[in-house]
Design a protein. Structure first.
Length: 266
């Protein structure tokens, strides 16, 4: 809760400062990513099909979704290890078989359902969560099978806070792997550059121009979050950020569309 309040306060402060209109080139590169789908966690809950459908219907370029594993090795879409925060039910996903989870909480989709519905149309940013992997070889095979219809990098990327997960799940090229920085942006930046991953994401305040230039010179892509306002989005696009992660994707996608139209008339 405190983190969410802090993000709102920071973005509100950034929104006060007017920003120049991004160029047509910068606008064409900038892409909106809906963080856990378009949700309010009251009527529409995060990481559910309705949340992702709302983003897709608004023309949002990408959706970010989190992968967890059930006790019988079914990858499902949910952020936390348990379902208490989002659904008010104290269920540990890793301890429950999928059919039991589906009966208790039918809103939680599987990765297979997500790929079937959105794969190839909306870019998928799939975050691996750090948790025990009791059958890693099997889980790697299952993940590979679910993503087999998609093109790595073109259709999806894998995300992780813990970069060792990319070595555990080494089923896609390194260019498909994106680190997610918290307060360790500089440290993760160096690991990402050395390992040759596809890029790095993190809060916009932690990304300085020196780090951005290092990644871009290495052919890596930068994403920042969590942007909420028009001015903050313009700031990020102006400085060459390609992926704008946000909990307000529909609003920002509409703003981006208007900016592109305005730029075409200039």
């Amino acid at each position: 809760m405190l983190q969410e309040i802090g993000l709102v306060v920071v973005d509100a402060w950034m929104a006060v400062f007017p920003r120049r209109h991004p160029s047509s080139v910068a606008l064409a590169k900038g892409k909106i990513v809906s963080h856990r789908g378009e949700h309010d966690n009251r009527v529409i809950r995060e990481n559910t099909m309705p949340a992702f459908e709302r983003a897709q219907a608004a023309g949002v370029w990408g959706i970010e979704a989190d992968i967890r594993w059930t006790a019988d090795m079914v990858p499902v879409i949910h952020h936390d290890a348990d379902t208490n925060r989002v659904f008010g039910k104290n269920i540990s996903i890793a301890r429950m078989r999928f059919e039991e989870l589906r009966q208790a909480l039918p809103e939680i989709p599987t990765l297979e359902e997500l790929v079937k519905k959105f794969g190839g149309d909306t870019h998928l940013m799939l975050e691996l969560k750090a948790e025990p992997f009791p059958q890693l070889a099997l889980q790697k095979r299952i993940l590979r099978e679910h993503l087999a219809s998609l093109r790595a990098v073109e259709d999806y990327h894998m995300l992780a806070l813990d970069l060792t997960l990319f070595e555990d799940f080494d089923i896609q090229p390194r260019k498909c792997c994106l680190g997610v920085a918290e307060i360790n942006f500089a440290a993760l930046s160096q690991i990402t550059l050395k390992a040759g991953y596809g890029g790095l994401t993190g809060h916009f305040l932690l990304l300085n121009d020196r780090l951005k230039q290092q990644h871009q010179q290495s052919g890596q892509v930068i994403g920042t979050g969590f942007v909420r306002s028009r001015n903050c989005m313009k700031r990020e696009i102006n400085r060459g950020v390609e992926w704008v992660f946000t909990n307000d994707a529909v609003k920002l996608q509409n703003i981006l569309g208007r900016l592109i139209k305005e730029a075409s008339r200039r």
